[in-house]
Design a protein. Structure first.
Length: 353
């Protein structure tokens, strides 16, 4: 496949998204991107899988049609379809994958199932076309926190990942403790900017770990410390901003120090941030400042860091151009292994969901 124009479809969680990318003159051009967020989950303080699946069923066709229309094309003008096959919520994945497979089969187009996290790795290339491996990547979202050494596309070495809560999950759980809505990340970031430094200093989990755990993460204990602070606060309305700041500073310290240490150990001068938590400005600013001028820190815009189909199309376009396609028997997987992943020196760690 020449890979001239790819339709991407993403339904791994609570965003229904479609995008059209064109590969022109050796680079990707984003022709359209539609993201429909399911606000219903805010009522429940988190994603309800069955509601997410139903919402995807109701909207995926219209979202795809809108992406094609915005790109000024139809399915006849598409050369391939890339769709998220995992990991994620199994029911949500099934909706997008089934729709993408059906559309590809009916139009006689090649189809490729894309790993959601590989999509996050490719997302910055849409705005930084000169970005290429090798680099160290920190992927942080509601479901994932991990460090990768990206030696080449499709050649990834797992350096470390969370042992319990993901960073984004910790943000949402702390947000609930503080009486905030879902998703809590943006609100915690806003409150933290207004908080007083040093009023609440929370532990930096696993920051001093050595050996095979030196790049591992854990946020459950930090969440417990915040719970204690909330429970013992005599005036949460007064302390809410300071607690938010203390919590965010702890997360940012852990993420930045481990990532920079990984880049130094790997002798790499480029760090890539990806995933929903990478939208946090404090994280990006701290990473840039602490990494120093000799290290490049690359981060996509918030629209491309959130779950979106443009990143799926970018990863899919690269694989389709290599001649890779998925069989019609491809199944959605909530624990899909990252293709090209090596876990050397990681002993017991696996990178799935």
């Amino acid at each position: 496949m020449a890979g001239e124009r790819v339709l991407g479809i993403e339904t791994s969680c609570d965003e229904t998204s479609a995008a059209v990318l064109a590969f022109q003159d050796g680079r990707l051009a984003l022709e359209s991107l539609v993201i429909l967020s399911q606000d219903v989950h805010a009522v429940f303080g988190g994603v309800v899988p069955e509601l997410a699946s139903r919402a995807h069923l109701q909207t995926v066709g219209r979202v795809v049609d809108r992406a094609l229309s915005d790109a000024g094309t139809t399915v006849d003008g598409i050369d391939g379809i890339a769709v998220t096959a995992g990991p994620g919520l199994i029911g949500a994945l099934l909706v997008g994958l089934t729709y993408g497979k059906t559309l590809a089969w009916r139009a006689g187009l090649p189809m490729i199932g894309v790993h959601h996290l590989e999509g996050h790795l490719f997302a910055p290339t849409l705005e930084h076309p000169d970005l290429a491996p090798p680099f160290v990547a920190l992927l942080v979202s509601g479901g994932h926190t991990l460090l990768l050494e990206v030696r080449a596309w499709d050649d990834y070495r797992l350096l470390g990942q969370t042992r319990d809560d993901a960073a984004g999950e910790a943000f949402d759980k702390v947000g609930k403790l503080l009486g905030l809505g879902y998703p809590a990340g943006p609100e915690i970031e806003r409150l933290a900017r207004e908080g007083t430094p040093g009023q609440f200093r929370f532990p930096r989990p696993m920051l001093g770990a050595e050996g095979p755990d030196r790049f591992a993460f854990s946020f459950s204990g930090l969440k417990t410390s915040v719970r204690r602070a909330v429970a013992t606060s005599g005036n949460l309305d007064h302390d809410r901003r300071d607690i938010a700041r203390g919590f965010q500073e702890a997360v940012v310290d852990v993420l930045t120090q481990k990532t920079i240490a990984a880049a130094q150990e790997s002798d790499l001068d480029t760090i890539v941030l990806g995933g929903g938590v990478a939208c946090n400005r404090a994280l990006t600013e701290a990473m840039v400042e602490r990494a120093g001028s000799a290290t490049r820190v690359v981060n996509a815009s918030p629209r491309l860091n959130a779950d979106n189909a443009a990143m799926i199309a970018a990863a899919g376009s690269w694989r389709l151009r290599r001649g890779e396609t998925s069989a019609w028997s491809l199944e959605a997987s909530d624990r899909m292994p990252l293709p090209g992943l090596s876990t050397e020196h990681q002993h017991s760690q696996r990178m799935t969901a």
